[in-house]
Design a binder for this molecule. Structure first.
Ligand code: ACO
Length: 168
């Protein structure tokens, strides 16, 4: 994936970002992203979290909390990762706005997340996904993840989960 390093600040947000493609830009999370991220989480993951959760998680590992924006600065998708186990990263939340799916936004977030993990000497990435989420499982498989465990009744509605992992 082509990544043009661009340390200039976007005129729309003032936050450092870099261009991934013509209309996909990437930067770290900022609290002003919370309304749009909440909207994406509700639509895509069917969950609702308090803003304070997004803020407290962003303090853990700011470089592991990535946001893709369009050329107008509108959030397209995000990936929230933490690094709580030595040598490992865990993806807690990952979703792309429905209008932007299948256009490389998720891939740009994942590729950049792997770079950030390597910079921090993290050698393994884990995540959990609903067994019925075939699209996400296909995506993760394309990005080198394999299923490592079946998590019975993992989700609050009783659905089973898969734990998936990949080495970097
Ligand atoms: N059908 C088949 N393959 C797919 C699909 C699909 N609908 N979507 C992605 N892929 C695969 C393809 O191989 C694709 O490459 P290609 O387009 O060249 O064929 C590859 O993944 C990369 O696709 P992207 O366009 O980069 O992915 P996208 O921006 O659509 O984001 C994501 C993928 C995040 C899974 C998106 O579908 C989404 O937001 N889904 C709803 C939320 C979700 O399920 N999140 C994961 C939950 S688990 C967790 O949060 C830890």
């Amino acid at each position: 994936m082509r990544c043009i390093a661009d340390t200039a600040q976007t005129p729309h947000t003032g936050y450092p970002l870099f261009r991934v493609t013509e209309d996909i830009f990437l930067r770290n999370f900022h609290p002003s992203d919370i309304p749009k991220i909440s909207e994406i989480v509700e639509e895509a993951l069917h969950e609702h979290y308090e803003p304070s959760l997004y803020i407290s998680l962003s303090r853990e590992w700011p470089d592991g909390y990535l946001v893709d924006v369009d050329s107008a600065g509108k959030v397209q998708g995000f990936l929230l990762g933490v690094a709580q186990v030595p040598g490992e990263a865990r993806i807690l939340m990952f979703a792309v706005d429905a209008a932007w799916r299948r256009r490389g936004v998720g891939g740009s977030l994942m590729s950049t997340f792997f770079q950030r993990c390597r910079q921090r000497q993290l050698r393994r990435v884990t995540l959990e996904v609903r067994v019925g989420n075939a699209t996400a499982i296909r995506f993760y498989t394309k990005f080198g993840f394999t299923i490592t465990d079946l998590l019975r009744g993992y989700y609050t509605d009783g659905e089973n989960g898969y734990q998936m992992a990949r080495y970097l």
